[in-house]
Design a protein around this ligand. Structure first.
Ligand code: HEM
Length: 456
């Protein structure tokens, strides 16, 4: 079968709409051209977009060695964030991944539960006052702050003082939005250079680096044993040389963990609160499960895997609103998958958002139904039909970390608060690097009048 090509003129005509909302334009193309098609990326280079699980599995897993990360991920992000897991490739990436992977295993995460719970409790306490007053809260922003803090403390315990934490958070936010502008409006790059914007952001990046380097050096000198991610990164040794990572490597990996680990989780949480506010019957079931499993307390580590329904809610939320809504790779050599021919150097694009909302793969795909992720249903799902954390060797290293964090946040907040969506607002997804709510999501949290549970 011939694989269709979206005519070049269509890409050019749709260029502005594509920048405004690429997910809508790609969804239209799928309807018109089918689940896999060629497209001229930026009107120029021929690439492949697909929502077919077996093709995505070929790119990400079966023939992953033929597919490198695209220049967008490696060069643009790497310029400011350095060479960490997300922004490296080939042998260097593999060596780093082997080194760091064990630190993210579920058993290791047990040590982080306490740190996470502390941060989440502080957050819930701060919410109490706003909730009492009935203050409107923009949850996407709030979740960003919370997720940043969870990552910061999981990495550095309390070594990062509040003022520095704020400075770092602002720096990372500024850098991320600058990178987004560079990617989406590449024609402005000469202007960024001439106007000094590039240099200004390079300075911001250097200041941020210094904050992190100070923490690393102090920790090395203190020789104290902390139970956090930095300690894990300091303690691991390369199998071949027995050497630890250098300060530069520790810095780069820490920055990547910050960037990869907070905005994704924050967006997943924001969308989950939105969906829950529209499905009070789901909130009731989460609370019932909490009562049954934890006796109404915050979940301990062993409880988390028994909070199956809560996990299903998060999974279903990430099906409808996958924070990493798209990914891409570039072919090292020409390749074929069935009738699909992939030229050397072509960009291939697994359109994750499209996979998750495909009628071929999901019954009533637009409906929010956490029961799709009940254990027995899950085992029937075709491989690569659900992939919020990607797949293959470059599967998200923080997936268990993120699931644990999100379960704990839902449990802690729903024990103490009811949620209510502020009426008459436009909720719309904006696919940038992650899938954000374009105008935010305004909600009210109300203290539970008859607390469902006794507080710990
Ligand atoms: C809901 C939350 C999250 C989502 C949806 C998510 C999604 C993803 C996806 C799709 C990838 C693969 C990208 C690709 O193949 O091109 C990825 C990679 C990565 N993620 Fe996550 N992520 C989340 C949370 C986290 C957290 C909490 C951390 C760290 C604490 C983290 C660290 C990373 C790193 C380091 C990589 C690069 C892995 C590699 O290439 O070896 N992520 N993530």
């Amino acid at each position: 079968m011939q694989i269709p090509t979206v005519p070049r003129w269509r890409s050019l005509v749709n260029a502005t709409r594509f920048v405004a909302n690429p997910a809508i334009v790609l969804t239209e193309y799928i309807r018109e051209f089918g689940p896999t098609f060629y497209v001229y990326i930026g009107g120029m280079k021929k690439g492949v977009v697909t929502i077919e699980p077996h093709i995505i599995q070929h790119f990400l897993q079966k023939n992953n060695r033929n597919y490198r990360k695209s220049a967008i991920q490696v060069d643009r992000l790497g310029h400011f964030l350095g060479q960490g897991l997300l922004t490296s490739d080939g042998d260097y990436w593999l060596r780093q991944r082997r080194l760091i992977q064990p630190g993210f295993h579920r058993a290791k995460l047990e040590g982080l539960r306490e740190i996470m719970q502390e941060v989440i409790d502080e957050f819930a306490d701060s919410l109490q006052e706003e909730a009492r007053k009935g203050t409107e809260i923009e949850v996407a922003h709030k979740m960003m702050e919370l997720a940043f803090r969870v990552v910061a403390r999981s990495l550095f315990s309390a070594d990062l003082l509040e003022a520095k934490l704020q400075e770092l958070s602002q720096a990372i936010t500024a850098l991320q939005s600058f990178i987004v502008r560079q990617i989406r409006q590449p024609y402005l790059n000469p202007w960024f250079y001439v106007s000094g914007a590039l240099r200004r952001h390079e300075r911001i990046a250097r200041d941020a680096d210094q904050i992190i380097l100070d923490v690393i050096r102090e920790r090395r000198q203190a020789k104290g044993e902390q139970n956090d991610l930095l300690q894990m990164l300091l303690d691991v040794r390369y199998e071949d040389t027995g050497e630890p990572m250098t300060d530069r490597q520790l810095l780069d990996e820490s920055k990547i963990i910050f960037v990869a680990g907070h905005e994704t989780t924050a967006n997943a949480l924001a969308w989950t609160w939105y969906l829950l506010s529209r499905h009070p019957e789901v909130v009731v079931r989460i609370r019932e499960e909490l009562e049954r499993v934890t006796g109404g307390n915050n979940p301990g580590f062993a409880d988390l895997h028994r909070l199956e329904y809560t996990a299903s809610v998060i999974e279903e939320s990430m099906r409808l609103y996958p924070p990493a809504w798209i990914t891409d790779r570039q072919a090292n050599e020409a390749d074929e998958v069935g009738d699909l021919k992939i030229p050397k150097d072509a960009i291939v694009v697994p359109f994750i958002y499209g996979v998750h909302r495909s009628e071929r793969l999901w019954e009533d795909p637009e409906a929010f139904n956490p029961d799709r992720f009940a254990k027995e249903e899950k085992s029937r799902m075709p491989a690569y039909s659900y992939m919020p954390f990607g797949g293959g060797p470059r599967l998200c290293i923080g997936n268990s970390f993120a699931m644990m964090e999100m379960q704990m946040i839902l449990a802690t907040i729903l024990r103490r608060f009811d949620i209510e969506l502020v009426p008459d607002q436009t909720i719309e997804a904006q696919p940038l690097v992650t899938l954000r709510p374009r105008y935010g999501i305004r909600m009210r949290f109300k203290p539970l009048t008859a607390p469902l549970v006794q507080m710990t």
